[in-house]
Structures are given as C-alpha cells and as structure tokens.
Write a protein that binds this ligand. Structure first.
Ligand SMILES: Nc1nc2c(ncn2[C@@H]2O[C@H](COP(=O)(O)OP(=O)(O)O)[C@@H](O)[C@H]2O)c(=O)[nH]1
Ligand SMILES: [Mg+2]
Length: 361
C-alpha cells in the first residue's frame, strides 16, 4: 500500500525509544544505517486480534498479518522552517510521510532540569510546520498569480484557494483544521502541506503514570480534541522493556503495571486507522491472512491488493463476517444459513469482511 507514518517531535522526547520498541515488536525490522538526517524506517506487523479468532475456527498452515511502515524522523530543530542548519532536510522527510505520530514529552527529564510543558512543545513544532507550509503556499501563490494574468481559469481558481489558505495559515490555523471544500483540498494535495497530514499525539508519560495518565497527558488529549487530531498516552521506557520480553512474560509485566494492553499495540492500530487503512481477511487451509485496503475502496480494488490482475478480472465477491463464522462454525454452514452475501463490483468494502473473490480468466 506504501503508506507510511513518521514519528516527529522535539529532540529528547522519546521518539527513538518508541521507534526501537515498535521495530522490536515488528516481524521484520528494515532499518537504514543510522545517521542524524537519514530517517530510520521500520516495518511493523499490525496487531490483529481477529486473526486469532479466525485461527480458532479454521485449521491452516500459517497466519499472516498486515504491515505498517514507520519512520523515525530526527528531532525537529526550532528554526527548521527558516532553512537553518538541517531544518530543510527534516521538513523534507516529514513531507514524505502520510501521517504524523507526534511524540510529546510528559515525563520529567532530570538532565533538562525542567518539568514537562507538553502544550508549549506541541505549539513549537506545529508552528515550524505551519511556517514551512506558509512558505510553500506563498511560493505557489506567486507562481499561479503570474499565470492567472492571462485569464487561465485553473490558475485563477488555484489563486483563490492558495490565497485563502495563506490567510488562514497566517492566522495560526493548521490546514487539517481549516474549513475547506473538498475541491479546495484537491487543489492543495500536490503541495504536500505538512499541517494537512493527520496527526496522533503520543503523550510519553513516566513509568509510574503508564496506567493512570497524568495532568500533562490530559492536557495533550484536550489539545488534540480542539485541533482535529487524535491522542493516546504510553510510557516509552516501559514499552521498550515490554518489547524485549516473551509474550507470556510481557503479559505478567502488564498485569503488574495495571495495564490491559501494551501501549505499542494501541499505537500501531491507531496509526493504521489514522492513515485511513482498513482490513479484510481471506481464510483457507493454506493461510489465514489480513489484507490492507483504503477506507471507501470498492471490492475490485480490494481484490487488486491480493494480485494486481484481480482488479480487472474481478467477477464478484462472497462476503461474510467473523461473527457469522463464530456462530455457524464453517463457511458452508454460514452459506446454508443464508448469511454468505454475494457482492458485485460496486460493493464498498467494510473493515472486518471475510472475503472470497471470484476471478475470471
Ligand atoms: N523517564 C523516561 N525517560 C524517557 C522516556 N522515553 C525516553 N526517555 C529518555 O529520554 C532521552 C531521549 O530519548 P530518545 O528516544 O533518544 O529521544 P528522541 O530524541 O526524541 O529520539 C533518553 O535518555 C531516554 O532514555 C520515558 O518514557 N520515560
Ligand atoms: Mg531520536
């Protein structure tokens, strides 16, 4: 699918700690050699409890998860948007990802000698991103304004949109929060604006606050709610330790801490969802497998995820739910109960669908 999320935030907030924990959990970690401006890229298996539910019902050779690409982008230096130092490179890396996991320090760092100021930190980062966007929009506004003089309709339309967005950015709004028409957003897409990307704030709390959260993580949550973003809290340090343990040991450790679920599993699932990614399943004696599609995809496009040819050769899909399989036991019994749906090429795929695609030759 080629969608990626990038871990961003100020220096020393725990980005690399969280990235390392994620890639430990991941099936295959494909890291680039580390350097300060070469981002680390990891591939992580998306935790999926529904695969286990299917495996309990159907005997199979192997169970295959979907994957997500995560990039550890080095800390954003303040002044990045003015092209100072390595600023441009950092912003370039952010441009290349599809969603942002914005890590915010909510733990106390003894070396820094000051308490967490998560909302101030968020605003420092968001301001850099917005200034970079302002620069991008102004450059493009100049370009289309010149060309609009000839009366070119497309250029005039872009001029109107870019100029509106410039004003809103100057006003301190993030593109993702702006009230814009779908057509406006379409015209903005080629600009790859940084504040247009979906954001999940990750409040990195102290070990002792892993279960309860803190007033600081609450502040992050409140900020997210009013800024068209999502949030969750976790303790990066603990996640790192958890990722080193065998699953049974990790479970015991989690219970000791009063946690239901590893924060990382939540983080990965939320990131996947944030990217607009959804999952369907195929089930058979060879494999039970989770596949990724974009929310809103039609059945032939989803078939094309399995094999490129399948999109064109799609005939129809047989679809049922995991709940139906749990109720009736086998696919044949699901069919016998009249619960196996036959869907055509206009069917919009739903998260959790268990599918058989019928493909022509
Ligand atoms: N107490 C505490 N320290 C952390 C936590 N996460 C990271 N750190 C420490 O913060 C420092 C910076 O972490 P790092 O992951 O390299 O930050 P980055 O610059 O954002 O990539 C390191 O000394 C970590 O050990 C955490 O959850 N709790
Ligand atoms: Mg780092």
């Amino acid at each position: 699918m080629g969608l990626r999320c990038g871990i961003v935030g100020l220096p020393n907030v725990g980005k690399t700690t969280i990235f390392n924990a994620i890639t430990h959990v991941g099936a295959e970690a494909a890291s680039f050699p580390f350097s300060t401006v070469t981002p680390n890229v990891g591939v992580v298996a998306v935790p999926e409890a529904r695969l286990e539910r299917l495996h309990r019902l159907v005997e199979t050779q192997k169970v295959i998860s979907t994957e997500l690409e995560v990039v550890d982008i080095a800390g954003l230096p303040s002044g990045a948007s003015r092209g100072e130092g390595l600023g441009n490179k950092f912003l370039g890396h952010i441009k290349e990802v599809d969603a942002l996991l914005h890590v915010v320090r909510c733990f106390t760092d003894k070396d820094l000698g000051k308490g967490p100021e998560p909302v101030d930190d968020i605003e420092v980062c968001e301001t850099e991103l917005a200034l970079a966007d302002l620069d991008t929009v102004e450059r493009n506004l100049d370009r289309v304004t010149k060309r609009a003089r000839t009366g070119d309709k497309d250029m005039v339309e872009q001029r109107e949109v870019f100029s509106k967005v410039r004003d809103l950015l100057s006003d301190g709004q993030q593109v993702r929060s702006m009230e814009l028409m779908p057509r406006d957003r379409e015209l903005l897409r080629p600009l790859f604006l940084l504040t247009a990307k979906p954001v999940l704030y990750v409040a990195n709390v102290a070990e002792t606050e892993a279960a309860s959260g803190s007033p600081h993580s609450q502040a992050v949550e409140d900020y997210a709610r009013t800024h068209t973003a999502e949030s969750l809290s976790l303790a990066g340090q603990i996640e790192c330790e958890l990722a080193e343990l065998e699953p049974e040991e990790a479970q015991v450790f989690l219970e000791d801490l009063g946690l239901e679920d590893a924060g990382l599993a939540r983080l990965i699932r939320r990131a996947y969802h944030l990217l607009g990614l959804r999952t369907f399943f195929t089930v058979g004696p060879d494999e039970i497998r989770a596949w990724t599609f974009r929310a809103g995809s039609k059945a032939p496009v989803a078939a094309g995820v399995i094999h490129t040819d399948f999109e064109k050769k799609f005939i129809r899909a047989q679809v049922h739910s995991i709940e139906d399989l749990e109720e009736f036991g086998t696919e044949a019994a699901v069919k016998g109960a009249g619960k196996l749906r036959v869907e055509g090429k206009d069917y919009e795929m739903q998260d959790g669908d268990v599918v058989n695609f019928l493909i022509g030759s």
